[in-house]
Design a protein around this ligand. Structure first.
Ligand code: DC
Length: 232
């Protein structure tokens, strides 16, 4: 898989496995991988730690006022082979996946000023192509000219079980009902917000992975990639 570098935009619902899929594609292609959900999660963590969010109540003015103090970076961990999220110089990879962040991230990411700042950073990171980026608005807003756009979906129950197992492995004390509720709520907020709602780009290809294995998804992508790259 060599030759001219392109942009791969992956969007879709929560817990459809976008990140694992995108990360492996990037590794195979030797492209940069950016998990934009992690960026919105890091902003949310910053807001929680600074008391701009209390009991799911957002102090939007304070959040906007403090946005310029937030610095997000991804640093590659050679031991795990994964990029990790750093917030103002601190590794927050473990913290940004917790339930409190998950319960607030959709509301934070619906703030237009937050989105403007994150989108600018995402465009800068991907300006030279050779990038795989996953999120909710990558194919519609961040890179509307991406050569490959994928829209991922899967049945809600299946997504909830996958996420639940992941959180259990990380030692989180959660119930399947809680996770299902959180995913349902995030789907709703993400698809109904005014600024850049989650939706399939007209030219995106749908990948419903309810019943297909990770290997099958990679083979599916490989075919698409080859057909696109031949035309470049
Ligand atoms: O991919 P994720 O579940 O880690 O994303 C967390 C939240 O961030 C998600 O509920 C919506 C928001 N998000 C967004 O609004 N735009 C993106 N490009 C990525 C994530």
């Amino acid at each position: 898989m060599e030759g001219k570098k392109i942009t791969v935009a992956i969007d879709g619902y929560s817990s459809t496995g976008k990140s694992s899929f995108a990360r492996l594609i990037a590794r195979k292609l030797s492209y940069i991988y950016v998990d934009t959900g992690a960026m919105y999660r890091a902003v949310t963590l910053y807001c929680i730690e600074n008391n701009f969010i209390n009991n799911c109540e957002l102090n939007v003015d304070k959040i906007i006022e403090n946005l310029e103090k937030i610095r997000i970076e991804f640093i590659f961990n050679t031991d795990t082979g994964k990029s990790e999220t750093f917030l103002n110089g601190k590794n927050v990879e473990g913290k940004i996946r917790n339930v409190e962040v998950s319960n607030n991230v959709s509301a934070v990411s619906a703030i237009p000023e937050v989105r403007t700042q994150m989108v600018a950073l995402q465009r800068e990171t991907g300006k030279n192509k050779g990038i795989v980026m996953d999120g909710r608005d990558i194919g519609t807003v961040v890179f509307p000219d991406a050569e490959i756009k994928i829209f991922m979906t899967a049945e809600l129950k299946i997504r909830a079980v996958r996420r639940y197992n992941e959180l259990l492995q990380n030692g989180e004390n959660v119930t399947l009902q809680e996770i299902e509720k959180n995913i349902r709520e995030r789907d709703y907020i993400d698809t109904h917000r005014d600024t850049s709602p989650l939706k399939k780009a007209d030219d995106a290809i749908v990948l419903d992975n309810s019943d297909i294995s990770f290997d099958e998804q990679m083979k599916w992508f490989d075919k698409i990639f080859r057909s696109i790259i031949e035309k470049q």
